[in-house]
Ligand binder design. Sequence first.
Ligand SMILES: [Zn+2]
Length: 258
Amino acid sequence: MRAVAVHPDAIVVTSLLWQTNAIALRAGGETMLIDSPYFPDELELLPGVLAQSGFEPNALLATHGDFDHVLGRLAFPDLALGVAESTMRRIRERPGEAQRELRDADAENYVERTRPLSLGQVQALPVPGQLELGGEELELVTAEGHTPDGMAVRAPWMGVLCTGDYLCPVEIPWISTGGSIEDYRNTLARLAPLVERAEAVVPGHGAPQSRAAALSQIDEDLAYLDALERGDARPPLPKGRDTARQREIHAANLRTLG
Ligand SMILES: [Zn+2]
């Protein structure tokens, strides 16, 4: 697990699983933690790692309902978890999904966990919308297509844009159950002008990106979505993402959409 500051008031902690990012944003003495690392020791160390840099979360957010993003309460059991209304709907429609998928991932990785995942108190937040943090306003932006639910989180006063599982430099666009190419394209179109105004773009997986890098990824991802829509079996994948694992994700995309 590594921690990188993208702003004096924004720190990104990256899990060893899939480079999953947890992002702490601070304003006016309050701290919001977005998403989570995965491994039990990472979750155990997280409060200390954040506290060392002066971040002590008062609340949790998850960009979407996938299990690898909703583990914050395993590190901060007393905090409530805020999610988009769309994510709350998904949690209600598919009860126990995150817990099941976490158990499957743990079994696959031989990970033992002393505590089972409980989402605890979950708060549905209107998206698009705003959320107060220490006298500043976080902007919640609809981000769907990877899954049927989700949001990006923007901290305009510090130029930080947290995109959830969009614009991940380590992953091609992944259309999982309930997602769609159309929603994915709409999300990229919604994010583009926000990327233009960002100093740091922090994805759900992979290193934070500069504005220029994130903008060129939008073009690469749109080109990939076009190829996916055509049903290309072996489209060119973007530089740095042309791996066996990304080919598997492409094959899964074709199955999901087929
Ligand atoms: Zn993810």
